[in-house]
Design a protein around this ligand. Sequence first.
Ligand SMILES: [Zn+2]
Length: 471
Amino acid sequence: MKEITQKTPPQFKSDPTAEIIRRIVHPLWARRTHPTYARYLHEFEGNQYLHPDELQKLQMQRLRQQLVHAYKYVPFYRLRMAEAGMTPLDVQTHKDLAQLPVLTKRDIQDHGDLLVSSNIPASKRVQNQTGGSTGSPLQFYVDKERCDSRMASTERHNSWAGLRAGDWYAHLWGSRFDVGDKPNPNPAWRQKLLYRDLTLHTACVSEEAMLEYVGVLRRYRPRYMLAYAQSAVLFAEFCRNNNISDIAFESMIVSAEMLLPGKRALLEKTFGGRVFNRYGCREVSVIASECEFHTGLHVNADALLVEVEPVPNLPSGMGRVLITDLLNRSMPLIRYEIGDLASLNTPLHCQCGRSLPLIGNIEGRTSDFLELPNGRMIAGPSLALLAADMREVRQVQFIQPDPQHVTLKVVAGTGYSALTEQELRRRMQPYLEGHTSLTIVTSDSIPSEPSGKYRFVKKGDNAVAIDTVAQ
Ligand SMILES: [Zn+2]
């Protein structure tokens, strides 16, 4: 490997072009390609400081409009509401919405056609899909106007971390749907004069690719990073292991994967700036983000309604996340069970003065949980944390073909030995309650899913297949 260290202190280039793009190029481009973007951005910028009662009134009004639309034009919901013995008029408060059963991924797979609105022409919508990281790929429609409002929400939430249109940013993104198949170390004119994202495709990242990326970052010196959490962590570890100390960011927005507590500190120590946790998904875009006070995640509440509902069998203090998109008409998602779990402990106030409500930590995906023979569930990410302080362990993943057996796959760090395995067993066994056997295997690496997301737990048939590959 060639010499890659550089000890000069990190410096950001001053960039007068960013202001020109922000004020002139980007608005002109947006006016042509996303005609309602500017209107939504203006509205959303104002909404974040509305009086809480006003914001709730706006949210309720949008919810009722969405329910009436779904009742009139979407066969699936008309049937669902009829079965539940309700009409949109029965929903006067947020709590009344609980009368409507949740919308599962299975519902969308089985009844996709019935979920499409009959009054929105195909020319006014675009098709989108999830990568299927949980084994459930989904196709859905988004209004073209909703694409504009999603872009406006993202711009508002990015601005809390200081990132605005026109700024260069490092883009460590795992999803091929978003960033294409190849890394883009040499941006074309569109990159330079409009998007300004320096993309590293992290779904199948290699040391060579990271090294190339270091070169790109040194050339452009972006102040911001937008990244899959685990991708950012891998890149930070790569920089530390190779004594690369001159890559720095003012802010790092991490999304798409869980951010474990120790990893936030690692990123901040490695790159110097602050980490802004974000929760979002392909189906509805940005769901909630941290502001500059990092009190919790402010919900994108003028576009979405987020419920965190307690469910039996989950560890106490956690609930499943249900999302209602208040603005997308061509295929409304109402009480959509996205497969994530969030803390029920919600911070009430944030010093920033924004009235957008807060949600607590995202505790992981439903699929991130180990299941014991007695039905108890254990959060994979919490279990992974038990090894967080062990230098001999670089990465872990749990493979669970059935409730009686768990294999812990470990990427060994320096000094890994039989004693390390003994210590891992000592720490993990109490959680498995003696009913589930624990096997420990080492592996050179634990790749992310094709979607680019990292999974803490693999279960069922999928787990067997993966485990066989690992042998
Ligand atoms: Zn805040």
